[in-house]
Design a protein around this ligand. Structure first.
Ligand SMILES: [Zn+2]
Ligand SMILES: [Zn+2]
Length: 368
């Protein structure tokens, strides 16, 4: 009897181990719609590993990206700040090289990158050919080297340690055409001071995690800030073309920042009106308008305009959720079937400072 019990325990342990061996990792689908003719890629172009001041090995960054539903990442260790150098040789070509095989297996696009700095002014350079060429260079020289290597450059965390301002050293870099973009969001922080620069100085919007520890628990809800890249092709060249063409949006938590036509494309691809035809009756003057959201993006709607004879509420449409908006028909509504339009402000979609996306919901109203 004792022998049988031991045997049973052994079999249980073995089957547990076997189950672990073949257990699958789960990927968050993180649905964000493509735009007409463009793929929407979910990207994080700023993160660290033990090769600079991060806590993780490069393959961990690929595993995290895959689990969290990302399409592309860049490992951007510091050239010149390498506190683990006694344990890890600071060869900055290695993080990318180490991560490349797993990235290829999992279909994660890996963009070669590096972070360069002078004092508190930090820049990331993407599409670099040799990360080690940046050691020992002053910031403007590093950005000139970036140009030689065909790199895309952006200013990181513009309000780190002091409120964001168009600092003289940054202005000089911009005037020498050494700056392509700016992080509107870095980690958990949004820099409102930087938003007006996007249009005024034709910069590319970026939102990145700058994560140093494992993404969990740095982001407990598994939602790090992301740069949405609207690319013609889902590959390195597609990302580069889209970044230069400024076809990006910043997404952090419930907020999205980007050019109006890109935000409108996200709305159109995400939200469908399930009940575009509302049939009222003399006894039923109030109906529900159902809006369904297929995306992982939330949409907060505030009514701006409606016909005088129609009133409607706002809505908070959760990610991959639906909302029912109450629509009331007034006594003076036209008889028969007519068209009407509700105009909503999407209060969490920011097209420019002080200007949110405005969308139209067309309806057929039947008033017998
Ligand atoms: Zn930095
Ligand atoms: Zn960094």
């Amino acid at each position: 009897m004792i022998h049988f019990k031991r045997c049973f325990i052994l079999i249980t342990i073995l089957s547990c181990l076997l189950a672990q061996g073949v257990s699958a990792q789960q990927r968050d689908p993180l649905p964000v719609p493509d735009l007409p003719g463009l793929r929407t890629l979910k990207c994080d172009f700023h993160m660290h590993t033990v090769f600079s001041d991060g806590d993780v090995w490069p393959v961990t960054r690929v595993q995290e990206a895959w689990r969290e539903g990302l399409d592309a990442i860049s490992i951007t260790d510091h050239a010149g700040y390498n506190p683990h150098k006694d344990d890890v040789r600071p060869d900055l070509t290695r993080p990318h090289a180490i991560a490349a095989a797993l990235a290829a297996q999992l279909g994660i696009i890996l963009v070669p990158g590096v972070e360069v700095m002078k004092g508190d002014t930090h820049f990331n350079i993407l599409f670099v050919k040799d990360q080690n060429a940046f050691f020992g260079l002053d910031l403007p020289d590093a950005l000139r080297e970036a140009r030689k290597q065909g790199g895309f450059t952006f200013w990181n965390h513009p309000g780190w340690k002091q409120p964001a301002d168009w600092f003289p050293d940054v202005a000089a870099i911009y005037d020498q055409k050494l700056m392509d973009g700016v992080e509107l969001v870095n980690g958990h922080t949004y820099y409102p001071q930087a938003f007006p620069w996007i249009e005024a100085r034709k910069l590319t919007i970026l939102a990145n995690s700058d994560v140093h520890s494992p993404t969990y628990p740095s982001y407990t809800d598994r939602r790090r800030p992301l740069t949405l890249v609207f690319a013609r092709t889902a590959d390195l060249e597609g990302i580069r073309e889209a970044l230069i063409a400024r076809r990006t949006a910043a997404w952090m938590g419930g907020e999205v920042w980007g050019a109006e036509e890109l935000l409108r494309g996200l709305w159109q691809g995400s939200v469908a009106v399930e009940t575009p035809r509302l049939t009222f009756s003399p006894s039923q003057r109030q109906l529900s308008l159902r809006l369904v959201n297929r995306a992982a993006l939330p949409f907060q709607l505030r009514l701006r305009e409606a016909p005088k004879w129609l009133s409607a509420g706002g809505a908070d449409i959760k990610p991959e959720g639906a909302a029912a908006v109450t629509v009331r028909l007034a006594k003076e509504a036209p008889q028969g079937e007519s068209t009407a339009e509700l105009q909503y402000e999407v209060t969490n979609f920011h097209a420019a400072p002080g200007q949110n996306l405005v969308v139209r919901v067309p309806l057929r109203i039947v008033n017998p």
